[in-house]
Write a protein of this length. Sequence first.
Length: 240
Amino acid sequence: MAEAPVDPVPTAERVQELTAALAGVEERLGAACAMAGRRRDEVVLVAVTKTRPASDVVALRELGVLDVGENRDQEAKAKAAQVPGVRWHVVGSLQTNKARSVARYASAVHSVDRAELISALSAGALRAERDLDVLLQVSLDGDPARGGALLVDVPALAEQAAAAPGLRLAGVMAVAPLGADPAAAFAVLAQVSANLRGDHPKAVAMSAGMSGDLEQAVAAGATHVRVGTALLGHRPPLAR
């Protein structure tokens, strides 16, 4: 019988760094929720750990952060095999040929933006005999390079996702357009979310906001914020 994975051990210095960073993020979230007249437990903090070692995930788990986001299947899959006890969120653009792999370990995919991906995730979830939450990524600027479905396409995608075996339509996700007012962008997403709930009452999730604009996202009604830099620090520059 295969042995259970052994948690990678973070250094004491790194635990201290993450403890301090988490306290800062929690202070911001608490203040944002208070300003919006919301409870702190209405907003899920998703720690985006891309390019960071699995030991960071272990440290965050021990600090009570149980929702972890990754951009790439290869990295997420490796960490999921090393670190049990957390919920994995795929938050980056996803190729259809990675859907079967993702369906084996992910709790939610936030970046669903086309019919082919819905079909692939459904097939992967059925094969893995698991249920998978999916959020429809909405393009708020129409730039295909940044991913996301056009506003006009959201209702049809929602119908497909809601009917797909193995999938649960959980809600919507967006990234604020570069250079735009995030408050205005997230107000548009909030309206998309409200429209979606009119047809799919259980699709209540709204994933919005990152390190630089989580306050505006909370004010607009975000249920999930995806925080990387403010929690884990700036990523090291790529080697030339």
